[in-house]
Design a protein around this ligand. Structure first.
Ligand code: FUB
Length: 294
């Protein structure tokens, strides 16, 4: 049984801004992933985390959608912070001066439901070495599109879609040297075999060459459903981290998930070393609930 007093999180977007680390997750623990708010966790050392509280609420801060607040992503450009988020199978974007908000919704979806192939969920942001930023998203089909200079829209004519029998959701792109990597989740988040795969290519739109499974369950250790990840290069180093969720232990399932951070290793030949899932989930102090002001 999941612990009703526990705070659950999933779909972690791990980022670093100005010497501090942040995780933008889905607030988990409700049936059918029915959260309507986004929270942010912060850390100075990647070990102790603080729940900074709610940074965006659907229905109030986001008038065009009021349910299914899932899988956010965050980026910073020219001193402005951007929060990309799933809202009722649309993708939205909000902006603000601080990584912990407040964020102001842009007023409309950046990717509307049915505007492109696949479901409009699970955004992530990739910024290439030349400063070009891309929005990556999808379920069933992975899509990538160039973000506008103001980060609030995409160039619809630049959308490139990728379909593969193993692609479910949570597409993420990163670059290491001259190689680009696409990583994604296979299977359903309620399935113990939910896991992460990788592919490599010569550019941010592929073509993608399959590499294999990057991260998967370890039932012998009670570790199940390891997926929906993000990757971060520790600033100033070539050390990489993978943040992901799994069924909370003990008693978790596809709506009671916990967050984990582990090292990610790039090998000389361009392959990614399969990740060894570690034991402890991240722990955090929880801020007091803020008064609702609107
Ligand atoms: O957390 C809600 C949904 O579950 C996400 O959008 C998917 O990636 C899966 O983790």
């Amino acid at each position: 049984m999941a612990d009703p007093s526990h705070q659950y999180f999933a779909d972690p977007a791990l980022v670093a801004f100005a010497g501090k680390y942040y995780i933008y997750p889905t607030t988990d623990g409700s049936p059918d992933w029915s959260s309507t708010e986004f929270r942010v966790l912060s850390s100075n050392d990647l070990r102790s985390w603080r729940d900074e509280g709610t940074v965006l609420r659907l229905g109030t801060d986001v008038p065009w959608a009021d349910r299914f607040a899932w899988a956010p992503a965050a980026a910073e450009k020219n001193g402005v912070h951007y929060l990309y988020f799933t809202a009722d199978d649309n993708i939205g974007v909000a902006y603000g001066a601080s990584p912990t908000g407040p964020f102001i919704d842009s007023g409309q979806p950046i990717v509307a439901r049915d505007a492109h192939a696949g479901r409009a969920i699970d955004p992530s942001v990739f910024t290439d070495d030349d400063g070009t930023s891309y929005l990556v998203w999808g379920n069933g089909v992975a899509n990538i599109a160039r973000l506008d200079d103001d980060m609030l829209g995409i160039d619809d004519s630049s959308v490139v879609s990728w379909e593969d029998p193993t692609f479910r959701e949570a597409a993420h792109i990163h670059r290491h040297g001259d190689r680009y990597y696409l990583t994604w989740s296979e299977n359903d988040t309620r399935d113990p075999e939910y896991r992460v795969r990788w592919a490599v290519g010569p550019g941010p739109t592929g073509p993608w060459q399959h590499g294999g499974v990057l991260l998967e369950q370890r039932p012998d250790r009670g570790i199940l459903a390891t997926g929906h990840h993000s990757l971060l290069r520790v600033p100033g180093t070539d050390d990489w981290l993978i943040a992901y969720h799994r069924f909370a232990r003990p008693g978790g399932d596809g709506t009671h998930r916990e967050l984990v951070i582990d090292p990610l290793h790039h090998l000389e030949d361009g392959s990614l070393l399969p990740v060894e899932p570690s034991e402890p989930a991240i722990s955090f102090t929880t801020a007091q609930p803020e008064p609702i002001t609107s």
